[in-house]
Design a protein around this ligand. Structure first.
Ligand code: GDP
Length: 138
């Protein structure tokens, strides 16, 4: 899994009609789509996906946000996928994100920041398995 990462296009970006723009920027940056789905997280799903943050003060807000509408999940492949995708999406806070990054372009706040990217190869593998069976990967 070392050349793959897990992307989510978050509910805010879907509400604002950015799925197509984001997928275009992702593939133009050299990422290949290995798996892709439109789905919606339950509260249990979101609490599990973000369990490392469960003691943080924003955890409830994060779970509410991530469950309020559909998301797009994808496995992306590229050399250095995890690190290169974190660069493409930009800082967690869009106000601090570099020009041209997905969060600079499409996010509105620290919480509602349009896109998720795995932060390590280990988490990329765990997160890919959270969303996709083997037969859904190409
Ligand atoms: P990431 O790896 O850049 O996504 O950032 P983190 O792992 O630190 O946080 C995970 C997610 O929690 C972020 O992408 C945000 O959606 C959310 N989050 C982080 N900090 C805050 C905050 O201060 N307030 C709120 N409401 N959400 C936050």
């Amino acid at each position: 899994m070392s050349n793959t990462t897990l992307m989510m296009i978050k509910p805010d970006a879907l509400e604002n009609g950015h799925i197509g723009n984001i997928l275009e920027k992702v593939t133009s940056a050299g990422f290949r789509i290995k798996a892709l789905k439109l789905t919606q997280l339950t509260v249990n799903d979101a609490e599990s996906f973000y369990r490392v943050h469960k003691e943080r003060p924003f955890f409830g807000e994060l779970v509410n946000f991530m469950t309020r509408g559909p998301i797009v999940a994808a496995i992306l492949e590229k050399e250095n996928a995890v690190s290169d995708f974190r660069t493409l999406i930009g800082s967690t806070n869009p106000a601090e994100a570099a020009e041209g990054t997905l969060r600079k372009l499409y996010a509105s706040s620290m919480g509602e920041n349009a896109v998720h990217g795995s932060d390590s190869d280990e988490n990329a593998a765990i997160e890919a398995s959270f969303y996709f069976s083997q037969r859904e990967r190409f």
